[in-house]
Design a protein around this ligand. Sequence first.
Ligand SMILES: NC(=O)c1ccc[n+]([C@@H]2O[C@H](COP(=O)([O-])OP(=O)(O)OC[C@H]3O[C@@H](n4cnc5c(N)ncnc54)[C@H](O)[C@@H]3O)[C@@H](O)[C@H]2O)c1
Length: 409
Amino acid sequence: MRIAVLGGDGFVGWPTCLHLSDLDHDIHIVDNLSRRWIDTELGVQSLTPMDSIQERCRIWREVTGRRLNFHLIDLAKEYERLKGWLAEHRPDAIIHFAEQRAAPYSMKTDRHKVYTVNNNVSATHNLLAAMVETGVDAHLVHLGTMGVYGYGTVGAAIPEGYLPVKVDTTDGEAEQEILYPTRPGSVYHMTKSLDQILFQFYAQNDGLRITDLHQGIVWGTHTEQTRRHEQLINRFDYDGDYGTVLNRFLIQAAIGYPLTVHGTGGQTRAFIHIQDSVRCIELALADAPHAGERVKIFNQMTETHRVRDLAELVARKTGARVAYLPNPRKEAEENDLVVKNDQFLALGLDPTTLAEGLLDEIVEVARRYAHRIDRSRVPAVSAWTRDLASRVERDPEGTRLRSVSGGTA
Ligand SMILES: NC(=O)c1ccc[n+]([C@@H]2O[C@H](COP(=O)([O-])OP(=O)(O)OC[C@H]3O[C@@H](n4cnc5c(N)ncnc54)[C@H](O)[C@@H]3O)[C@@H](O)[C@H]2O)c1
């Protein structure tokens, strides 16, 4: 298949390109490299040394003989170029990763909120409108998030996209399935909730064939293909905005930094290893809905864990200290989370779990590149409200000079 991977230079996009290229697909990466610019804005870099996208593609060709094509296009701002590109290349499938994906970044300031909404909603809508206009009948696979549902405790498993409800009609009780209600907890999650409505409309109005993958938090860094050459290495975010919870604990442990748990650590989240994430995308590609069918929704996760349990697990393995800090997010202190993922299991997913020794591999990667870590970028300081911002802990290590005179500083 000819596959367009939008956002193919990113953390999940890059290993997906390699995985699908290895399966003999013709891969076209479309990316505006905005994620690399955000690193520059934030003054951070990937823990792992990441080459330019052109260099990564060259190395892949050298190692495997397979070609990866790169196209520099901003999906949100260059509608006509996107349309022209689709008309010319006519992919059989499109995988859409190309959004601003960090909740803390989306809550940093009003400018970051505006950027995230403009970028994510326009990227998705431009793509849908251009697919209809060019008549490209590609299967669109989008990466959404489990976070669209919020993390309130409802006491029932989160289904895969749709909820059967009974309504009272004039002819008596009738049953129908509705989109499971969203309850986004950040501007980023809000954009993913809006994406869902855009997909629902274009599937119903234009017969676009769409799969939406509600993904859990991705952990790990290597996949089978990124291990093949050091210059194929994946990016690894550790900073307070883009670093995700388990990966952050592992790098914190590797550099002797306290494991930063926010609030009580009673938040339960859904997780998936990067190797399973790329495998799920392969499985979803092979299971396209038909034109006229409703959007297919999968929960792309393999296990759930409470944050403090993860911190304690990493602490036990590595001897690290756990620091309980004020939570910069506005969220429930404690929640349970039960999620259905029957569809991927039925398609043959064999989950990689935390128990499988891969935690050590990540700590090893972190130790190897520890010299690239700027410790001052580790704390999570983007707060959801002004009030929470005033209580954020910016120095979990306690390295700032403290008054020893006993007076108030
Ligand atoms: N990483 C996770 O834990 C996780 C969890 C759930 C869902 N997701 C979803 O998966 C997708 C990929 O996540 P990721 O971690 O690889 O993110 P990432 O930020 O590493 O990658 C996103 C890529 O999209 C590109 N991009 C952004 N806006 C663009 C635009 N307007 N035009 C062209 N390219 C653009 C960026 O340059 C980047 O290369 C995201 O949509 C994210 O919401 C990720």
